[in-house]
Structures are given as structure tokens and as C-alpha cells.
Design a protein around this ligand. Structure first.
Ligand SMILES: [Zn+2]
Ligand SMILES: [Zn+2]
Ligand SMILES: [Zn+2]
Length: 161
């Protein structure tokens, strides 16, 4: 199901300007509302800032957009059609962001449930974000002679090269 189909199914009214806005949303990269507005305004000078912000808020409400925090601490949006529960892997250097395959996380999910139960809590929500350095940034860092972590430092992602 694509974004527009999903919005229609959820009863979101889709005007022409909303459709153009949705078409302009970056697919795999987090973005700031302000930047999206500036990019779209270049093609559609009459597009109002408030329209963009309002539409993004509606998309977040229906679960098509997520608010994600950048490595620098600022907040932005990310288009995410992921399943109900999922996690993201974010490059701490450039902000690239992936929805990860949750299969290897099943043990972790179960362990978190046991931790909550040990304190007598109902199974709680959790919010886990993996931060790392994406292949592109890792290559760039290697080319600049940036040192890899000292031997003995724990790897960020055990099991990954
Ligand atoms: Zn997501
Ligand atoms: Zn990166
Ligand atoms: Zn989880």
C-alpha cells in the first residue's frame, strides 16, 4: 500500500496540493518541515508554510510520518510505513536512517518484557534507537585517516563487520 492509498483508507482528505506535498516527501531520509516547505515552494510559490506544517501534523497523526531525533538532538520527520512495532538505525554522522529487520531483535523484545514483569509492570513500551556510522560515512572517515575505535573498545554493533 502506498502513502496515498493508506491515507485514503484512513479517511484523510486529499486535495491537489496535499498530493503534491506528499509526492515531495523524501522517502528514506529524515527531513525538517521547514526544508520541505522551502523545496516545494520553489515549484509552487503559492504553497503556504502553515499548509505544509498542518499537513505534516495530519500525516503524523495517522502514523505515516514519525518524529525522529537527529544525532545533533534536533527533531525532524521521517516517512515510515513500517509495521506497528519497529526500530530505526541512524547514522550519527549524516543522519541517514533505516528501518531495521526486527527478526534478530526477538530475544531483546522478550527480555525487555521480562524486565518489566520483574518489577511488576505490565509489558511496557520501549524506544530503542541504534546509532552508528553508515557505510558511506565509514568509507569517508577511513579515507580521511580517522582512526577506528581502539582495540578493546566495545564494538557499536557486535556481529557486524
Ligand atoms: Zn519508523
Ligand atoms: Zn552516514
Ligand atoms: Zn522493540
Amino acid at each position: 500500500m502506498d502513502v496515498l492509498e493508506r491515507l485514503r483508507a484512513q479517511g484523510v482528505r486529499l486535495t491537489g496540493s496535499r498530493c503534491r506535498l506528499i509526492a515531495g516527501i523524501p522517502r528514506d531520509t529524515p527531513f525538517r518541515a521547514e526544508d520541505l516547505w522551502k523545496a516545494l515552494r520553489a515549484r509552487d510559490p503559492r504553497l503556504g508554510r502553515a499548509t505544509v506544517f498542518r499537513t505534516l501534523a495530519v500525516l503524523q497523526q495517522v502514523g505515516v510520518l514519525e518524529r525522529v531525533q537527529r544525532p545533533d538532538g534536533s527533531w525532524c520527520y521521517r516517512l515510515c510505513m513500517g509495521a506497528a512495532h519497529h526500530h530505526h538505525l541512524t547514522c550519527a554522522a549524516c543522519g541517514r536512517d533505516e528501518v531495521v529487520d526486527g527478526t534478530p531483535l526477538a530475544d531483546l523484545e522478550a527480555a525487555l518484557g521480562r524486565v518489566a514483569a520483574a518489577y511488576g509492570y505490565e509489558p511496557a513500551r520501549h524506544d530503542i534507537r541504534l546509532l552508528g556510522r553508515c557505510p558511506t560515512c565509514a568509507r569517508a572517515a577511513a579515507a580521511c585517516g580517522v582512526q577506528p575505535p581502539e582495540p578493546g573498545e566495545p564494538p557499536l554493533f557486535p556481529g557486524r563487520p
